[in-house]
Design a protein around this ligand. Structure first.
Ligand code: GRF
Length: 207
């Protein structure tokens, strides 16, 4: 058995959890020096909770409180407490549909990562693949980035492109983007966990 440190990941998601599965498989295969310590969802019947439980991982629904797009203050304190109790080193957003506020960002400085289905800074926000299709760009893609106070604005760790085909539909494009996500997220996390990422302002580079 390797003596390499295994980082503890807290994964936050609201949806079906395909990126979580890619990350959990990368951990299990030893491609990531990490284990999923806890999965939290604001949606009681989110697929991500089922995918985690199927793998014998701890998964919990926690109330988001009374806000629609964020966690309210009391809820956020409960989410932070759960992540801390699980001794999480990094927080991985995998389809988490709420904007993080200062207390969570302060608790895990530069330790919260997100994946977004476009080449940021183009098309932040919801249904980015649809935004790209409607705009008429010929290339879109995937971005893994550190989370800051803005919406999809933090320093970029990695990007990969996805060409748009003339007869694409939102569903087909999103499916191809998701395939790319499932490779990019584990490899970007590997870079971060290995400490091989220097961050200077907005710019990151491999150390
Ligand atoms: C992904 O497309 C990701 O880019 C976005 O939310 C989606 C989550 O999908 N942030 P899944 O739940 O991981 O399948």
């Amino acid at each position: 058995m390797s003596s390499e440190r295994r980082f503890r990941l807290g994964v936050l998601g609201s949806g079906k959890g395909s990126n979580f599965v890619a990350i959990a498989e990368a951990c299990a295969a030893g491609r990531l020096p990490a284990e999923v310590a806890l999965v939290l969802s604001d949606v009681p019947d989110a697929g991500i909770l089922d995918r985690a439980r199927e793998r014998g991982l701890r998964a919990q629904h926690l109330s988001p409180g009374s806000f629609r797009t964020r966690l309210d203050d009391a809820a956020e304190a409960a989410w932070i407490a759960a992540l801390q109790a699980a001794q999480v080193d990094f927080v991985v957003l995998a389809g988490f549909m709420r904007i993080l506020k200062a207390p969570l960002l302060r608790t895990f400085p530069r330790k919260i990562v997100n994946i977004h289905p476009s080449l940021l800074p183009s098309f932040p926000g919801l249904e980015a693949w649809k935004q790209a299709l409607d705009y008429g760009v010929k290339v879109t893609g995937v971005t893994v980035h550190l989370v800051d106070h803005g919406i999809d604005t933090g320093p970029i760790i990695a990007q990969a492109s996805v060409p748009i085909e003339d007869d694409d539909t939102p569903e087909r494009l999103h499916a191809r983007i998701q395939q790319v996500e499932h490779d990019l997220y584990p490899s970007a996390l590997a870079l971060l966990l290995a400490g091989n990422l220097e961050i200077e302002g907005r710019r990151t580079r491999r150390a």
